[in-house]
Ligand binder design. Structure first.
Ligand SMILES: Cc1ncc(COP(=O)(O)O)c(C=O)c1O
Length: 465
């Protein structure tokens, strides 16, 4: 490879510009130290391109929730916007307008009482949306405590142990005690009953997830609201809900339109979602919305008057790519309600086909089923089998290029190891059948072993949570 580059380089050197002639190909490719002299753009491209060839194939990646496919027209638009900075609303008012349109569409989709009064922002992803949602709840709680002359130094946040890592980060970064509700073998996510047991006067809010990162299930946001209503009747505590709809914000409105999980529930003050998950955009764009202006304190918005009107700037980042926001608007325009509904129905059908096919093999059983939840499910090994495990199955599938993560469930179900399948746009029924064949072949291989797999080869392969 280096030899090829060297000869190509020498060829360029002999015939091309003084710029290239001034560039020396280093004996070694610089890895950890800024090279003294640069390479020609063509050579740098080829080196890096070749380096990246060993990455996994994004389309065979059933680990990630993040979009790996978009229509070519969307990619072209995003390429056209590659240099636009989302924060430059003054310079790129048309892009800023598309962000506003997306926010209004989401406010309507998530049933804000008055979509034009909802307030929100695009973000880099759901993590940033969760940080902002959590911070605003903390802000309101502190105001209430101070107004009542009560202690405002020990805030806590109640959520299931299955929440995504961004909530651990939120609690660590912003000094909030995480009150994690452990799972049980017959309840793999938060319930209203368990949530209220951990709530007290220092609870800034409850986080409900639509749907769970671990198994794709929807948490009962309506049940959590009902339990919090009863708590308020008993104790006077008025505790809000933030819905982390990182994945479900673009799925539940289409596959469960009659289920109230969003602003239809009065306790839901804010919702985040990832445009780059089931919103169908390549990474990274997310969204966070508050039900109305009153929910977002003045102190946390930084108003600018570009575009002739007052626009709140809320996000944590300043500079951010505008292209993804444009990609989101493309999807809204191109798919519309009907297109998203169709897409989610197709993904659900493919995920159900895959889940049922895997369950029919015998040695694996379903931990969750994708029907009526995210097109995501987890499986575990039948308890009667002990001579191989899901980590080894995950490795075996990787030999064929499939990326299917294996991991243990969170507290109190750490003794259960699962494989998780995330079905996204771009994963066809054909691919599902191919994957089923490969799983069957791998499982047959393990089942045919005369001795157990060596213990030393067991253990977590890779997890993607
Ligand atoms: C429920 C949930 N919340 C938050 C996140 C973080 O989202 P992002 O990767 O967009 O920051 C994820 C990511 O998978 C998630 O599943």
């Amino acid at each position: 490879m280096v030899q090829r580059i060297r000869s190509e380089f020498l060829h360029l050197n002999a015939h091309q510009s003084a710029h290239l002639a001034a560039t020396e190909l280093p004996a070694e490719i610089p890895r950890n130290r800024l090279p003294d002299q640069g390479l020609a753009a063509d050579l740098a491209y080829e080196l890096i391109h070749d380096h990246l060839m060993l990455d996994g194939n994004a389309r065979l990646n059933l680990a990630t929730f993040v979009g790996t496919w978009m229509e070519p027209q969307a990619r072209r638009l995003m390429e056209e916007c590659a240099e636009k900075n989302m924060i430059d609303k003054d310079e790129y008012p048309q892009t800023a307008e598309l962000e506003e349109r997306c926010l209004r569409m989401l406010a309507e989709l998530w049933h804000a009482p008055d979509p034009s009064a909802a307030v929100g922002t695009s973000t880099t992803g759901s993590s940033e949306g969760c940080m902002l949602g959590g911070l605003v709840m903390k802000w309101h709680w502190r105001q209430r405590q101070q107004a009542a002359g009560a202690d405002s130094s020990r805030p806590n946040l109640v959520m299931g142990a299955n929440t995504q890592i961004c909530w651990d980060k939120f609690c660590a970064y912003f000094d909030v005690e995480p009150r994690l509700v452990p799972l049980s073998h017959d309840r793999l996510h938060l319930s209203g009953e368990e949530a209220v047991k951990r709530c007290d006067a220092h609870t800034i809010g409850v986080v409900g997830i639509v749907g769970s990162t671990f198994d794709g299930s929807y948490e009962p946001i309506d049940g959590i609201q009902a339990a919090l209503d009863q708590l308020q009747q008993r104790s006077g505590l008025d505790i809000p809900i933030h819905v982390d709809a990182a994945s479900g914000g673009f799925v539940a409105p289409f596959n469960s339109p009659n289920w109230s999980w969003d602003f239809r529930l009065p306790r839901v003050v804010s919702i985040n979602s990832s445009g780059h998950k089931y919103g169908g955009v390549l990474p990274g764009v997310g969204w966070v919305l508050w039900r109305n202006q009153a929910q977002l304190p003045e102190e946390l918005r930084f108003n600018v008057n570009y575009l002739g009107g007052e626009l709140p700037t809320i996000g944590m980042n300043f500079s951010r790519p505008g292209a993804q926001v444009v990609g989101q608007y493309f999807n809204f325009l191109h798919l519309g309600r009907q297109g998203y509904t169709h897409r989610m129905a197709v993904l659900e059908a493919i995920a159900c086909h895959l889940a049922d096919g895997i369950a029919a093999l015998g040695p694996l059983r379903l931990v969750s089923h994708p029907l009526g939840q995210l097109p995501v499910f987890a499986v575990e090994r039948d308890p009667g089998i002990s001579h191989w495990d899901v980590f080894q199955l995950s490795d075996k599938l990787r030999e064929r290029g499939w990326l299917v993560p294996a991991y243990t469930l969170p507290a109190d179900c750490e003794d259960r190891a699962v494989l998780r399948f995330v079905v996204r746009a771009g994963f066809s029924r054909d691919m599902a059948d191919q994957l089923l064949e490969d799983i069957e072949r791998a499982v047959d291989w393990f089942q045919g072993l005369e001795a157990p797999m060596p213990q030393s080869l067991r253990g977590p392969g890779f997890a993607h949570l």
